[in-house]
Design a protein around this ligand. Structure first.
Ligand SMILES: [Cu+2]
Length: 174
């Protein structure tokens, strides 16, 4: 297999077709209210191998940028094609100093602000994986925002960035 460099062929053939949604129905806020416009940037997921005995998990990372003038919030995520269960998680340090994950049912994205999902922090957890996720694979995730609605994006599977100080050489936390 050739090295996956920049500028190679892009696998994306079509942006995710929104299911029979005819036109820009969410563009006009009633009463001229401020609008939230969330963009999802730099999406990737870590590779994972399914294991009949243990089950398998992976996680999706990205940056959310709210270019609108109203606050928004991430309130849900799903990736039925690859995961039986999908949850938004945050990694926190407990009283004893150990890192642990806990569900984050709502992640605020302030107007004009960005929220970074990254290893060791916020992430979208994929549980009960239905298939292996190998480098180069792509699957879809749908993120649900309080105001911006649902957005579906392609998620490339990539190895952990080498510069990441967290988790390198450690046993897997996810
Ligand atoms: Cu998690």
């Amino acid at each position: 297999m050739a090295l996956a460099g920049c500028g190679g062929k892009v696998a994306t053939e079509n942006p995710a077709p929104s299911t029979g949604n005819p036109g820009p129905e969410q563009s006009v806020a009633p009463g001229g209210e401020a609008a939230a416009t969330v963009a999802i940037e730099g999406v990737w997921a870590r590779p994972a191998k399914t294991d009949a005995a243990m089950g398998a998990t992976s996680a999706i990372y990205f940056t959310l940028h709210n270019a609108g003038d109203a606050d928004d919030a991430l309130v849900g995520a799903r990736a039925e094609a690859v995961a039986g269960k999908t949850e938004v998680h945050e990694t926190v340090m407990d009283a004893s100093g150990a890192m642990k994950m806990q569900p984050a049912p709502r992640v605020d994205i302030p107007a004009g602000g960005s929220v970074e999902f990254r290893p060791g922090g916020l992430h979208v957890m994929l549980m009960d994986l239905k298939e292996d996720l190998a480098e180069g694979d792509t699957f879809q995730v749908t993120l649900t925002f309080e105001k911006s609605g649902e957005k579906t994006v392609d998620v490339p599977v990539k190895a952990q960035p080498a510069s990441d100080p967290m988790e390198s050489g450690k046993s897997h936390q996810h």
